[in-house]
Design a protein around this ligand. Sequence first.
Ligand code: SR1
Ligand code: MG
Length: 395
Amino acid sequence: MTIAIEKQYESLTEEGAVLYAKELNFFPPDAELECREIGDGNLNYVFYIKELSGDKSLIIKQALPYAKVVGESWPLTLKRAAIEANALKKHAEFAAGLVPTVYAIDEVLAITVMEDLSHLKIAREGLIELESYPNLSKHIGKYLAQTLFHTSDFGLHPFEKKKLVSEFSNPELCKITEDLIFTDPFFDKETNDFEPLLREAVKAIWNNGTLKLEVAKLKNSFMTEAEALLHGDLHTGSIFASETETKVIDPEFAFYGPIGFDVGLFLANLIVQTVTRENDKRVVILNHIQQTWEIFSSEFSELWKTSSHPFKDTEGYKEYILDKIFSDTLGFAGCELIRRTIGLAHVKDLDSIEDDNQRINFKKQTLQIGEALILKRYEICSIDEVFGLLERFRK
Ligand code: SR1
Ligand code: MG
């Protein structure tokens, strides 16, 4: 009689991660390995494993069956590990060098084994410490254009594209975004988290029917417009950087959605930096904002020439698509700014400011900028006009 033993999910310990790494045959059989759990995100374990006498290292990332940020009371699908690994591999086809290499996927244990990027720093941390990343916007603009164009109907045959739409169906993670970015911050919900000194500003948002109507439209776009395979959570905490390198990590929220969502999230997180920095340190961030859009739109336009889309040469069509992406970008950036200020998941850029007056003042600004970007997204036609808006709310 043969008894089939099915492998079952269990969460790894540091010791377990070492045993797992040894089984991969990535290290020499007799190598002594050190291991540290270094995950500081909201959802997963991240184990860093390195030979004690040697240079080889890797990362074992494991999804937990719940959201770490809240605890076991918030169950979360393990399928997100495979979504993330497959998104990294798909995006690497078009943006090689800008994402970590995936070495192995284990769907039962919800594990992705990947390139160690610990020589780099999370961009959010580096930006808060005023580190310089001269290539950040050039690389992210390119990453956005390449991944979004090549997975869209402009870069793919409709059959291939629809196959990917179904492969990257990610309902549970999308629901988190639908709730935390588009719904909860605009209503009096328990998940929201803000200081009492912001209550009046927050109540004004909850009572602003015009704003809520525009947010409802943006949420509808997010839920219905399967334009391209998005990263789905492209904030500066999802980017590793150095002076020369940039790597986009963590696409567990990947799904087919509106292109402007990825662009907007990245720009919103840069906008937070324009609020918190002193004048002479802001210029570099304004340049990153300008350059991200410039590189994205010019590279997208170049790729457009290669498209087999039947309307690609129809006058005005490319411009219509880029204008749509631009106004979506502004609207989604506005929602991200508001939720990072008063929703469940905050950003260290704002929360680490110790002086209460200054922190509240900055948070009022991110709320005002967010609201204006949402409401004026069709009137604003250029990044210079976005800069004008940023100046208007600067105190
Ligand atoms: C429960 S997850 C909260 C947030 O963390 C992720 O990085 C996403 O941004 C999500 O909205
Ligand atoms: Mg993440």
